[in-house]
Design a protein around this ligand. Structure first.
Ligand code: TSB
Ligand code: ZN
Length: 584
């Protein structure tokens, strides 16, 4: 999808269109006051104070119509440069503009405003020459947005729109938006009964329905088997810890705003855990360790709770209660490179299995100038960062570096992907940590019999099962591969009266072979049942009638195909047996 913000011409066009929208809003609602109207990746928006009015569905077409009228008038867009005093005077009745102007530094900024017809707005520009150029636009959606993004401030009305040079470009874009909406895992999740939410449980607390639970179980089995092969051990630990545990780890000081508030039980004060590292540190510390045992890799499918802003929670992608595919790897300093390499290889391996190709590796490094955020050990940092770089280079993976993005305890590698709707998210992560092992006073005995402090790698391959499931649903548009499909085979008898017995026989045979199979014996027409199986995106639909019954065969239809094929029951089982071992 085109990035409008980064395209010089479209950036200018969309910026001007934001002004045109503001002018139209001002015509329709003379009391309107405007905060900011920036260009974004997807077009533009404007934050507007409409007094007590809240934008509704009917308002957008009305505003669009007014914009079209203004555009036809074809006024020129004229720039004026003014002094700070003039600006303050010009906008003296508008507290939002006064706020903006007061914070401008007269020495370094030229204050400019742009006028088109009877509308003037404070703006840096640049703009197109006349509003005539703004022909192909669409107002996309609206939402509430707190002034300056602070929930203590007034809620403004935010209207989003987009503008292109040609009708064709606009239509292409709108079609893609539509396609993305259809791919949104929240829509698919509902249609395929994967998860639900209920305000009685709470915001950002999805409930996994049986279909979703099956997908999650398969994902767990998949990654568990990979981790076992790679020498991980798995534990179960409680999803709460005392405040003292999180004080020891440093989360209480550095991560508190992301945590749920604490609760008192008898004399203990608990928090719902936001991360599992402290628990795993204690599991490591439960025994003395020799260098010979390292690396020790402690994994857990662990439930965490995080405070995410209510406006930020989104389906399964951003939740307040999540399950990480987590592990903490305890290594000697010499083992960092090799162990990190194995994690990157595991990420690549998993992405290949799932056919995920559109992702970016981000290597987050410290800012050496920032002595406050990053603990001070130049040698350790330089060493760690160059090791990570070296591994990425030997593996030949492309990555970009982000200085100042490292965690306070060490550098990390994140994998960024783009969901159907909204900004990029992180799936996998691997974080190097020199601090937590010290805080928990962890040690191992080296080959000379001396006590040493291990280094920890925090890693989550799926990230969380929640986020990964959301992503896979969007990538596949809900048409999951056989191994992940909640129902793999749907059996439809041509006629219940004559073919139910044979259908039942095939059903039992498939069940015995451990397939997730359903027999649709409802009193409905065959065509209706087949269509429903397609809507539910079930990989195989078997249609069984006289011919199949008499010859001990099945006629199957694959999801998304019109073609039907008839084979013996044994052949069918053999075919899908090998297919369920394929991941894509
Ligand atoms: C990897 N302590 C480390 C762990 O050992 C940790 O918690 N890292 S994390 O904070 O980056 O979280 C791990 C992964 O969880 C992220 O990469 C991301 O994929 C996923 N995640 C983070 N927040 C959310 C959320 N609110 N909803 C769903 N998934 C999330
Ligand atoms: Zn961790």
């Amino acid at each position: 999808m085109i990035n409008i913000k980064e395209n010089i011409d479209l950036n200018k066009l969309n910026h001007s269109c934001a002004h045109l929208m503001a002018q139209a809003v001002k015509h329709l609602y003379p009391e309107a006051k405007f905060w900011v109207g920036p260009v974004i990746e997807e077009g533009f928006y404007y934050d507007i104070d409409l007094g007590d009015k809240v934008i509704t569905e009917e308002d957008l077409p009305k505003i669009e119509k007014e914009m079209k009228k203004l555009s036809k008038d074809g006024k020129r867009i004229v720039r004026h440069e003014i002094s700070k005093d003039e600006a303050l005077n010009m906008f003296k009745d508008d507290p939002y503009k006064v706020d903006l102007i007061s914070r401008m530094d007269e020495e370094s900024t030229v204050i400019s405003c742009y006028t088109q017809g009877n509308f003037t707005d404070l703006c840096r520009g640049p703009h197109v020459d006349t509003v005539k150029e703004l022909k192909y636009f669409k107002l996309i959606k609206f939402s509430g947005a707190y002034w300056k993004g602070d929930s203590k401030n007034k809620m403004l009305q935010r209207i989003y729109g987009v503008c292109f040079r040609t009708e064709e470009d606009l239509n292409d874009y709108l079609n893609e938006l539509e396609e993305r909406k259809n791919r949104d895992h929240r829509k698919i999740g509902k249609e395929l009964d994967i998860f639900m939410s209920d305000d009685l449980v709470g915001k950002g607390m999805p409930l996994w329905l049986p279909n979703g639970a099956l997908i999650r179980k398969e994902l767990e089995n998949y990654i568990y088997a990979k981790e076992q092969k790679l020498g991980y051990v798995h534990v179960y630990t409680p999803c709460v810890g005392t405040v003292d545990l999180y004080k020891t780890s440093g989360h209480w000081d550095h991560y508190k705003e992301n945590m749920f508030p604490s609760m008192k039980v008898d004399e203990e004060e608990f928090v719902l855990r936001p991360m599992n590292c402290p628990h795993h540190m204690l599991v490591y510390k439960n025994k003395l360790h020799s260098y010979r045992e390292l690396p020790i890799r402690i994994g857990e499918f662990a439930t965490d709770f995080r405070y995410e802003a209510s406006g930020a929670v989104k389906g399964l992608e951003r939740v307040r209660c999540m399950c990480q595919n987590d592990a903490h790897l305890f290594v000697t300093p010499e083992q960092i490179g090799e162990e990190f390499k194995k994690v990157v290889q595991l990420i690549l391996d998993v992405y290949q299995d799932f056919g995920i190709t559109n992702y970016k590796f981000r290597l987050s490094l410290r800012d050496p100038e920032d002595k406050e955020k990053y603990f001070d050990d130049d040698e350790m940092w330089n060493n760690a960062e160059s090791k990570l770089r070296e591994v990425l280079n030997t593996l030949g993976v492309e990555y970009f570096e982000a200085v100042g993005e490292a965690a306070f305890y060490g550098p990390k590698l994140d994998v960024e992907v783009k969901p159907a709707v909204g900004p990029e998210i992180t799936l996998s992560t691997c974080q190097l940590d020199f601090l937590l092992p010290r805080r928990f006073e962890l040690s191992y005995i080296d080959s000379e019999g001396n006590k040493q402090v291990p280094v920890v790698l925090h890693r989550a391959i799926f990230g969380t099962f929640d986020r990964f499931t959301a992503f896979v649903l969007e990538e596949t548009k809900g048409a999951l591969p056989l191994w992940l499909s909640p129902v793999q085979i749907e059996i439809v008898p041509v006629n219940n009266e004559y073919h139910l017995e044979y259908s039942d026989k095939v059903f039992n045979l498939l069940k015995e072979n451990n397939f997730r199979v359903e027999l649709d014996s409802r009193d409905e027409k065959m065509g209706y049942k087949i269509r429903e199986a397609q809507t539910r995106k079930i990989p195989y639909t078997l249609v069984l009638g006289n011919n199949e019954r008499d010859n001990n065969t099945v006629t199957y239809r694959k999801y998304g195909e019109e073609k039907t094929t008839t084979v013996s029951t044994e052949e069918f089982i053999e075919m899908i047996n090998s297919q369920r071992k394929e991941y894509k």
